[in-house]
Design a binder for this molecule. Structure first.
Ligand SMILES: Cc1cc2nc3c(=O)[nH]c(=O)nc-3n(C[C@H](O)[C@H](O)[C@H](O)COP(=O)(O)OP(=O)(O)OC[C@H]3O[C@@H](n4cnc5c(N)ncnc54)[C@H](O)[C@@H]3O)c2cc1C
Length: 393
């Protein structure tokens, strides 16, 4: 029977990151992915590698600092995949934040980013407003510019897996995790590959199944703790109009939520929504009312987009955020990643709940720290902060 130090379930950005971190630390590692790499949430995000300016308002400073650090690492190691972009926040009499508040927030953002690359900000002079992709200038009071980064989330995930494979990690795909039995030596893992049932052993099983993590956790015996989480749907649409100047960070007129309007392969990507989700994760799909909401938000800021209807949408996708269960709006809930182990001493199973695309490398490193005592000592092969990530052919 095959034996690995680490077996990871789920080929999204978190599974990819843990696979790479395990291989870089010299461990043997296998990733089991049911469909395709990044076929879940990791191809349906807003594709931003960002500190998360809005998380300052909910006091999540540690998260913002960590994410800005990760942004700077990725701008260095993944130049082909992560690109710094100007972001624009238009201010009108009806928008919630005044220019001085935004500047204060951006100063804190720059401070948390160590005043490094991409932390400069300022106002767009009125003389340049006409270059902003047809932004409505009636009653426009100011446009604040700052920087964050954009990526292709699915390409990034594939690049991280390729990096892990170059360090000796293995991939079983398409292959579905079926069950795991914990014992004193580690864990016995059963998975289905094609029509065959397979079995392997691992010192530690890492459950990185995103919105399916609860399902995977329930198939681990003896039972491991499963936190109460809510799944919150976020939809994006693509419309056939080019946006070129940068990414617009606007406030939805009806409920004041943040919506991004951004360039995407010569067209415009608009997202996202926050819709309570109760079904099976496999069934998530954009709802007509979400698409209409996004068209209306875009039309409210760009008069040229007002005439677009749902029939004009060229692509649409919905993903699921995994957030701590709660009654409040999704926006205010913690975005911190939850790492849950079967036991504190020498864990044999660890589940990842929630998290951010941006923080994948930091999350993987926290996972490795958490399971370190269960793994044999190996010779380090590389450092994930130095390994270059390249677009796969
Ligand atoms: C709408 C939206 C927008 C977002 N925007 C951003 C953003 O701009 N920036 C940012 O930093 N973060 C963003 N996030 C968060 C980020 O996208 C997620 O945290 C991240 O993609 C989650 O990755 P994951 O690997 O945990 O899960 P997933 O990508 O969902 O991967 C889980 C994988 O597990 C596999 N799987 C499930 N069950 C099994 C099984 N039994 N056997 C084998 N494989 C299985 C699935 O096929 C899937 O590939 C956003 C999230 C959402 C929902």
């Amino acid at each position: 029977m095959n034996e690995f130090d680490v077996v990871v379930v789920g080929g999204g950005i978190h599974g990819a990151g843990v696979l790479q971190a395990a291989a870089a630390a010299g461990h043997s590692a296998l990733l089991i992915e049911r469909r395709g790499l990044a076929s879940g949430t990791s191809s349906r995000s807003s594709k931003l590698i960002h500190g998360g300016l809005r998380y300052l308002e909910s006091g999540q400073f540690r998260l913002v600092r960590e994410s800005l650090h990760e942004r700077s690492v990725m701008l260095r190691i993944a130049r082909e995949l992560v690109e710094l972009k100007p972001f624009y926040i238009p201010v009108y009499p009806h928008t919630r934040r005044r220019p001085w508040q935004l500047r204060l927030g951006l100063f804190a953002y720059a401070l948390l980013g160590g005043f490094g690359e991409g932390t400069s900000f300022g106002s767009v002079p009125r003389s340049q407003w006409s270059t902003l992709d047809g932004l409505d200038t009636r009653e426009l009071q100011a446009v604040i510019r700052y920087h964050d980064a954009q990526t292709d989330d699915a390409e990034l995930t594939r690049a991280v897996v390729a990096s892990a494979q170059s360090l000796g990690a293995e991939l079983a795909m398409p292959a579905s995790f079926v069950r795991a039995q914990l014992d004193e030596a580690g864990v016995l893992v059963n998975y289905e590959e094609g029509t065959s049932m397979r079995e392997c052993r691992a010192r530690v099983l890492v459950n990185a199944a995103g919105p399916w993590a609860t399902h995977v956790a329930r198939d681990i015996r003896p039972a491991t703790p499963v936190p109460r989480v809510d799944l919150v749907q976020g939809t994006h649409i693509v419309v056939p109009v080019a946006t070129t100047a940068g990414i617009y960070y606007v406030e939805a007129p009806t409920d004041r939520r943040a919506v991004f309007i951004m360039p995407w392969h010569g067209q415009t990507l608009i997202g996202t929504t926050e819709t309570e989700f109760r079904g099976e994760p496999d069934q998530v799909q954009p709802l007509p009312e979400e698409e209409q909401y996004l068209l209306e938000v875009a039309g409210a800021y760009f008069p040229g987009l007002k005439t677009l209807t749902r029939a004009d949408i060229t692509a649409r996708f919905a993903g699921l955020r995994v957030l701590p269960a709660g009654d409040g709006k999704a926006f205010g809930r913690s975005r911190e990643t939850m790492l849950i182990v079967d036991r504190d001493q020498r864990p044999r199973a660890l589940s990842i709940f929630g998290g951010k695309l941006t923080a994948w490398r930091a999350t993987a490193s926290q996972v490795m720290e958490r399971i370190e005592t269960s793994l044999p000592r190996r010779r380090n092969r590389a450092s994930t902060g130095e390994l270059p990530l390249r677009r796969c052919e």
